[in-house]
Design a protein around this ligand. Structure first.
Ligand code: F6R
Length: 603
């Protein structure tokens, strides 16, 4: 999704801003641009496609000495991914970069068009720069014009604007899209739409709040909200950049699959003491008066939520509903105060999930975020947060984030079971013992990986995939299908194994690939019957199971069937590696699949 960077200082600005945009590449984008102002003159460049195209375009441009710069990677929302639609957009004197969506851009555009403004692009962003220049005509200062402009915008935005009318300043505004200011001891100032481009440059950062806007110049940070000056609060920025290296793996996604054992250890760290789950980050009274749970999330996080639905009801014996955030928002949901509202998000910035959280908060519900990114918008809004501690995930297709989400939700369900006395002591002990052993069972087995690599060549040309499973293996099947779709661009569907006979079985022939999850610990015989029904109709079947299955065309043997969650996590890794190896054989960009963005900050 779109990324923003900005800089005020004396370094080579082009290089600095291009490198900063490079740190945001993993989020997905389809064009990029920069604008650099020095001695009252602005030079701007844009290019479609990857950043190397922009680097090529700017190779003869240098920008040493004091000045300012802004940069942007665009993920198309309004208008095609063309150079004209790429940011920065410009008026007569000013350039702007923007993340988010201006909801009232049509009204503004009509008003400006009636005053004779002509627009080059199809974007919502371009109206903002022209509105600013229009407001300049009736304002005493550039700041006054910017303030008027921002206060008339509706929607989500992180904006940086530079203008020759007020050289050496960057005007900024933030609402429902992340924007961070960074500073260091060398008196350099930075902007970023996430921490990543600021690491190694900024020492301290200020996470702007919704509705804040202001202006930054070399000597001053002026911050406002609703026409009143507010103070900026800076905190130290951790400088760990190790996530940026692939450490010998071919792709970040592969590295992140292999990392899951280690990061799950982080997820559990300090949260199991004396055979009890301890979640010190939660409000002591969070579960008082709670009789049901509603979980809201998108994509992979939604799949983690679906898995949690099974665990919560089984262990904590609490009614649990799981809803896709974009559906929840407009269904006029009935919310009662005895419901705990849980959102799950890797990035903490997903617009639909954030909006769902706002609805729940406004309805007076207690809220809890399961999130990977501290200080993200979702974390700041929720009353309570459990961080999943996956570390920065660079692969667009989520892997370790999913594993840590499921582990965190399992942890939470045991915690609730403790509080509610919903299962006996023996059961609690066995859950905690298994949870403690999960990190070691997540080590990737090299022989299995190699087998999947070889096997993947047989799964490149069919007319589609069905991933099937029952119970908690159904959300896992959904997740396996999503992984494959995202990076291989092959059609794949996740389906409850018992539901195939109610329709989809009509599709079955030898060119239909079925990936069947056949755990020993959960509905083994029932699932086996469902697989046999497909085999009888000549489907090509890959079975993943601890038990040999004669009718399978291909078979991956799992090792650990002592607990349902051991089976879940072992099969999860196999599905991730299968998707990876098929995508690699097809020659796709595994880390940055087409049309996808890492953090989806539009509705
Ligand atoms: C899939 C994937 C997406 C995200 C979804 C929600 O691999 O990454 O489906 O899970 O966009 O994102 P978060 O978890 O950041 O709210």
């Amino acid at each position: 999704m779109c990324g923003i960077v900005g800089y005020i200082g004396g370094k080579e600005k082009k290089e600095l801003v291009l490198n900063a945009l490079g740190e945001l590449e993993y989020r997905g984008y389809d064009s990029a641009g920069i604008a650099v102002m020095k001695e009252g003159r602005i030079d701007a460049f844009k290019a479609t496609g990857k950043l190397k195209n922009l680097q090529e375009k700017t190779k003869n441009f240098t920008s040493e000495g004091d000045g300012i710069a802004i940069g942007h990677t665009r993920w198309a929302t309004h208008g095609k991914p063309t150079e004209i639609n790429a940011h920065p957009h410009f008026g007569q004197h000013s350039y702007i970069v923007h993340n988010g969506i201006i909801e009232n851009y049509r009204e503004i555009k009509e008003m400006l068009t009636s005053k004779g403004v002509t627009f080059l692009s199809q974007t919502d962003t371009e109206v903002v720069v022209y509105l600013f220049e229009h407001n300049l005509q009736t304002s005493k200062s550039a700041f006054e014009a910017f303030e008027k402009t921002v206060l008339s915008l509706r929607g989500a935005y992180a904006i940086l604007l530079i203008t020759t009318i007020a050289p050496n300043s960057i005007f900024f505004a933030k609402n429902a899209a992340p924007l961070i200011i960074g500073k260091n001891d060398e008196k350099e100032l930075f902007f970023g739409s996430s921490d990543a481009p600021l690491i190694g440059h900024a020492k301290e950062v200020c996470y702007l709040e919704d509705g804040q806007y202001g202006v930054l110049s070399k000597n001053e940070i002026l911050l406002f909200a609703d026409k009143k000056k507010v103070s900026s609060i800076f905190r130290d920025l951790p400088q760990d950049k190790s996530y940026a290296q692939k450490e010998g793996f071919r792709f970040f996604m592969e590295k992140e699959i292999y990392e899951q054992s280690r990061v799950l250890g982080e997820t559990l760290m300090g949260r199991i003491k004396n055979n009890e789950i301890v979640l010190e980050e939660l409000d002591e009274y969070l579960f008082d008066g709670i009789n049901s749970i509603k979980i809201c999330a998108c994509g992979t996080s939604y799949h983690a939520g679906l898995a949690a639905g099974y665990i919560f009801e089984r262990l904590a014996k609490i009614r649990t509903d799981v809803v896709i955030a974009s559906e929840f928002r407009y269904k006029e949901p009935l919310l009662t105060p005895d419901t705990l509202f849980i959102v799950i998000s890797q990035s903490g910035e997903t617009a639909d999930t954030l909006e769902a959280l706002k609805i729940a908060k406004n309805a007076g519900l207690k809220t809890l975020a399961i999130c990977n990114v501290d200080n993200s918008s979702i974390v700041r809004l929720a009353d309570n947060t459990i961080l999943t501690r996956a570390g920065i995930e660079k692969g667009v297709a989520s892997t370790k984030a999913f594993a840590t989400q499921v582990a965190t939700l399992w942890l939470l369900s045991i915690f609730m079971a403790q509080k509610r006395n919903s299962v006996g002591k023996e059961r609690l002990k066995s859950e905690i013992d298994t949870l403690l052993r999960i990190p070691s069972s997540l080590n990737v087995d090299n022989a299995t990986h190699e087998k999947l690599r070889r096997l993947s060549k047989r799964y490149l040309h069919g007319h589609g995939f069905f991933f099937i499973g029952r119970d908690i293996f159904y959300p896992l099947a959904l997740e396996g299908a999503l992984k494959l779709k995202e990076i291989s661009y092959l059609h794949a569907e996740g389906y409850p194994a018992g539901e195939m006979k109610h329709g989809p079985i009509a599709l079955v022939d030898s060119k239909l690939f079925t990936v069947a999850l056949l755990p020993k610990t959960m509905l083994y015989d029932k699932t086996k019957n469902n697989i046999e029904e497909l085999s009888a109709r000549d489907a090509t079947i890959l079975v993943i199971s601890p038990e040999q299955f004669e009718l399978a065309d291909d078979f991956i043997k799992t090792k650990n069937s002592s607990h349902v969650m051991n089976e879940f996590f072992e099969m999860m890794i196999i599905l991730q590696l299968l998707a990876l190896e098929i995508a690699v054989r097809l020659g796709n960009d595994v880390d940055m699949p087409r049309n996808l963005a890492k953090s989806v900050t539009v509705e």
